[in-house]
Write a protein that binds this ligand. Sequence first.
Ligand code: PEP
Ligand code: MG
Length: 937
Amino acid sequence: MSSKQKFVYSFGGGTAEGKGEQKALLGGKGANLAEMARLGLPVPPGFTITTEVCTWFYDHGKSYPKGLEKEVAAHLGRIERQLGRKFGDPLQPLLVSVRSGARASMPGMMDTILNLGLNDRTVEGLAKGSNNPRFAWDCYRRFVAMYGDVVLDLKPVDKRERDPFEVILEKKKHARGVKLDTELPVDALKELVREFKAEIRKRTGHSFPDDPMEQLWGAVGAVFGSWMNERAIVYRQLNAIPSDWGTAVNVQSMVFGNLGDDCGTGVAFTRDPATGEDVFYGEYLINAQGEDVVAGVRTPQKIATLKDRMPAIYRQLLEIRKTLESHYRDMQDIEFTVERGKLYMLQTRTGKRTGFAEVRIAVEMAEEKLITPEEAVLRVNPDSLNQLLRPIFDPAKKREAIEGGKFLTRGLNAGPGAASGRIVFLAGDAFEWAARGEKVLLVREETSPEDIKGMNASEGILTARGGMTSHAALVGRQMGKVCVVGCESIHVDARARTMVVKGKTFREGDWISIDGTTGEVIEGKVATMPSEVLQVLLEKTLDPRKSHVYHRYAKLMGWADAARRLKVRANADQPDQASNAVAFGGEGIGLCRTEHMFFGEGRIVAMREMILADTVEEREKALAKILPMQREDFIGIFRAMGPRPVTIRTLDPPLHEFLPHTPAEQEEVAKQSGIPVEKIARKVADLHEMNPMLGHRGCRLGIIFPEITKMQARAILEAACRVRKEKIAATPEIMIPLVGHVRELEDQTQLVRDVAEEVFRAEGIKVPYLVGTMIELPRAAVTADEIATVAEFFSFGTNDLTQTTFGLSRDDSGKFLPEYVRREILPADPFEKLDQGGVGKLMAWGVTWGRVTRPNLKVGICGEHGGEPSSVEFCHRTKLDYVSCSPFRIPIARLAAAQAALKEKAAEKAAKKKAKKPAKKAAPRRKAAKRKGARRR
Ligand code: PEP
Ligand code: MG
């Protein structure tokens, strides 16, 4: 930091040194105060100490840069001149507030000090000036307590401890026989100030600082210090705010809303933050300070009633509402104070809002032509669409449950939405209970493919183990189920039919609720609200013309589709999932996992016979039983998808997942196949693998058992031929999984092509089809040029590619990854957000080299990242053709793809503009170069 650098920026009195766009330097609050002052709004004068000083403070053992003190003194002098008051003056004292203000809003996470500048002399000046000694002494006792808590560190650190000033205050009220603080007379307040100061001396060994300048520097240090308090650190982690941003400090002259009935204070939003409705929304209190509104001691009034109480102020506020919205072109959250009939604006910032409000405000502002449709697309966080697409908890009921102590624990938020149901521990029970009309939640240690029927029948799924790409997470998401996984603090005993959380035992049939958006698990039943968009799109129970929510959703999606380049497909393996995908705007299927088809009625036994068979003939006989069923599955999917491309993956999971593990299952296979049960048991033991994820799975299955690939290719192509005969242009893309070497792909591709020839000859019709591969292993990515000699398309299987690149088990990572994220060892769970710096590099390499060999190579992604906004943006930048995700995430991916395209467009425009500029600027730059040169010489 150079000594010439400016550390302090003033605002107020109709001007400001800073600007709204300087949030990085001045923090959100400081930048907006400056902007409001520039707009001519009534802002009490003050100044902002920059975030750079905060960074310097931490880099230099909590000290300040040289020159800061002088600058602060000069800015203070400016306020004094503007207001005709002086800091520390016993007659006309200037009082200030000292507040934090980071680049991103961190509500309530850092510290604030109000009424700074009061001491035994200035309090008298305030008493005289306000003509209200009670008010002055009340400010003083609040200031001493606040300063003691925040600057002198007397705030309790533990829930069991009580605030020392609260204890003294309680005693005083008791002694004076009053209930409310406001009932304490002046002499009691004076005693309180003395007692507070004595307490400070006792606890810290130092006297309370009387010198206002000393108070100010103490407060500045405390606010900078609060950037690193535990609350702020946790908040930053949750909201991905880097710790090196730092906070600014805003020092602002105090205005008082508690000097009488012509005073007041309030907070308001320029539109309703819950619904997004275009109404002025907020609350105020007459004769009160800001903290009274927040503390909830008195019940605030609705802002609309201010029209009668203070008509002129209300009119002025409505004007300001208009000015701010048209200036910021977004909904604002404001704080104001009225002092003796004069309005002051203390804060404006972009208002936080629900997902519903986010969409409504963006769409309506575009309709009002305040912003463009493209801006509306950029305004909505793609994940917020979940609120429109999923059932949600009735917010009041959820709050009630949590405040009533019903919160149990938190897991990974794998499938958004809200679900309440009765606990069942076995998938079969889930199915049976649901069939008799019960709402159930399936609670498992973890799920496996055998559970899908029960998962489908459940309102939601809760597992004790597993990460964001565990079976429960990805299958649950694909089905559109609410899902919380990796909830390590619950202990599930499926045999005993119990779940224990925090020492509390829950049994089968007990009600619990899970919030898949936040990962919360709540005891009991919490009321949910259905999604209007789903009622229109999937259930078809609501007329689209009757749903405003749907209308706005559809409008936003239309704008997004016009802007995006990336196509969006679905991961779907059942005809109903395929129909959902189309309803959500899916442009194809990017991954049809065929393994779930083997668990259906009558199939698993045939599959087991196939695995346990000794000869090719036996294997073929078993597979022949599955062929017609599998063909029917594909026919259903092709019909649902029409001419859209359908990527079907050949069998992928480790064989052991299909094996009959229990004696009863082994008996059944023995009965069906005639193989002795002992032999089956032996074979099961032989097939046991130490590390099945890296074992006999993926294309290795089809290489060792070519009959499987052949049967599947036949089923796919026969289905395609038959559907084509119905005049539906089925377009299959056959995808070989877990390829690491081009020879593996050659082997499997040849099988598929041979079968295709046979099928086309027999059916008397040819269907265009592609054969491609998943890129799921680092070796496949780095040999993409070789692999593309055979593959007609690539699809990045980033679940496995993440697993194999990190060497990190996707099923076990839930045990320790959250700690990695908490400690910022990794910025996010790489199974949830694509690791762009590692896995992403392999992808970029794969795309580039794949297209060197085959320039028109079609490339997509079908790992779970295909529906995660930051990963979708990466896929756009890396020039993929499509992303594929669960049907319920399609709208999110469409929006994220549009945002990626719009951001790119904006960046290109900015680059062009920059490229044009140098012509004008060239001269000074040359001059600078000359100057440098001159010095060197
Ligand atoms: C992947 O690995 O990314 C993938 C889509 O395949 P699966 O999750 O079925 O292993
Ligand atoms: Mg995979």
